[in-house]
Design a protein around this ligand. Structure first.
Ligand code: PLP
Length: 394
């Protein structure tokens, strides 16, 4: 990849996604779970770029959507509504009506929503349970346990059963998603035990969805998740569950990050190099937490490479952005080949929750996105323009 040519063509900063990496992760996940029928879904919140999502759908994935916009994107991509699940949280009645009209299965995150669906005459839904065991790389992305807003508490299974009996709605899916970015399988395995115990009580089940959350090694010293071990254990637990249940049914997972994080790079350009009297070196760039919020929001770590000057003498620097906030930092005390103004930096593993969480804070436009596909480069989304940003108010 000729980074300088990409930036010359599409501007800096620039998101770049490598579709071969995306496909490789999809295949690794499918190969790791020796259970059939296995239906993986893509949690499209991680990266809604249509070219990326299309590559994943072509690998046989469905879509886990969490908003009307994500459902609309899934349908826009031509996906059969039956392969879309809308995992709601605090959905409105209008959003419910729209999802039902679209033929998408609603995955209820509260007893209130389950009641509302039943009242509306909906015949099938899934229920997201909170198995009381969370996991995740940061407390803000831990989505189960007593402090999170998500899911029906597992202690409320009786209420779910009562609504089923009283209204005739069928809970066809038992779902959990315990958090994001975990590399150790233990909490996930324990939570699976809880979800299988809950699933065993639901009489009309067609699938069990154990969610997403598989992490990636952002730091060089981190080991990737042992996917094969996780998959074998999950498949064995699912087999045992189905044997007890008396019927074979579909197993689902819905990763986001694992499929797309490593495919993505945020390229940016160094705009200033400032050494303070105390000896701190600030490497300023033409992007900021408006384009990649993970460091500011989750204390996340992203590897950074100096593509223009890989052999320069190394120096400890702070890599910072151009947003008017002191928290606009990509890396503190990071040893890098000392950049000079004009150098291109690559912020790695930015394919998940990167552009997807980007904003126009400080009225800075969104960067372009390009995909690399088998040697070719395609523009997926042009750089936003300031005039369009302003015109949105008029
Ligand atoms: C319901 C649900 N499923 C799946 C995911 C995907 O998580 P990850 O990207 O960590 O795999 C999320 C992410 O927050 C989610 O909320």
């Amino acid at each position: 990849m000729d980074h300088a040519a990409l930036i010359a063509a599409h501007g800096s900063p620039l998101y770049v996604y490598d579709l071969d990496t995306v496909r490789a992760r999809c295949r690794a996940l499918k190969a790791a779970v020796p259970y059939a029928p296995f239906q993986p879904l893509f949690a499209i919140k991680a990266n809604p770029c249509p070219a990326v999502a299309r590559a994943i759908l072509a690998e046989g994935f469905g879509i886990d959507a969490v908003s009307p916009g994500e459902v609309a994107m899934a349908l826009h991509l031509g996906l059969d509504p039956q392969r879309v699940v809308y995992t709601e949280n605090n959905m409105t009645d209008a959003e419910q009506a729209e999802a039902v009209a679209q033929g998408v299965l609603v995955n209820c995150g509260s007893i209130d929503r389950l009641e509302r669906l039943a009242q509306a005459g909906v015949k099938r839904c899934a229920v997201r349970f909170n198995p009381d065991i969370g996991a995740g790389a940061h407390e803000k992305i831990c989505t189960a346990g007593p402090l999170t807003k998500f899911g029906v508490p597992n202690a409320h299974i009786e209420r779910v059963l009562e609504i089923e009996r009283r209204t005739g709605i069928r809970v066809v899916g038992a779902h959990m998603h315990i958090g994001s970015g975990f590399l150790e399988p233990d909490a996930f395995a324990q939570a699976c035990t809880v979800i299988f115990a809950l699933a065993a009580r639901l009489p009309h089940l067609e699938f069990v969805d154990c969610g997403g959350g598989i992490g990636i090694p952002y730091r060089a010293e981190q080991k990737p998740m042992d996917l094969a071990a996780m998959g074998r254990r999950l498949a064995a637990d699912m087999e045992a569950f189905c044997a007890r249940y008396g019927r074979r049914m579909e197993l689902r997972l819905e990763p986001g990050r694992f499929l797309v994080a490593e495919s993505g790079t945020l390229l940016c350009t160094v705009t200033s190099v400032k050494e303070t009297p105390e000896g701190r070196v600030f490497v300023g760039t033409d992007t900021g937490f408006n384009h990649l919020v993970r460091v500011a929001m989750y204390d996340a770590f992203h590897r950074i490479d100096n593509l223009s000057r890989p052999d320069a003498p190394r120096r400890k620097v702070d890599v910072v952005g151009n947003i008017c906030e002191s928290g606009d930092i990509f890396a503190r005390d990071r040893e890098l080949p000392l950049p000079q103004v004009g150098d291109i930096l690559a912020i790695r593993d930015a394919g998940a929750y990167g552009f997807a969480m980007a904003s126009t804070y400080n009225l800075r436009p969104l960067p372009a996105e390009v995909v690399l596909d088998g040697g070719g480069v395609r523009l997926a989304r042009p750089r936003q323009d300031i005039a369009a940003l302003i015109a949105a108010w008029s």
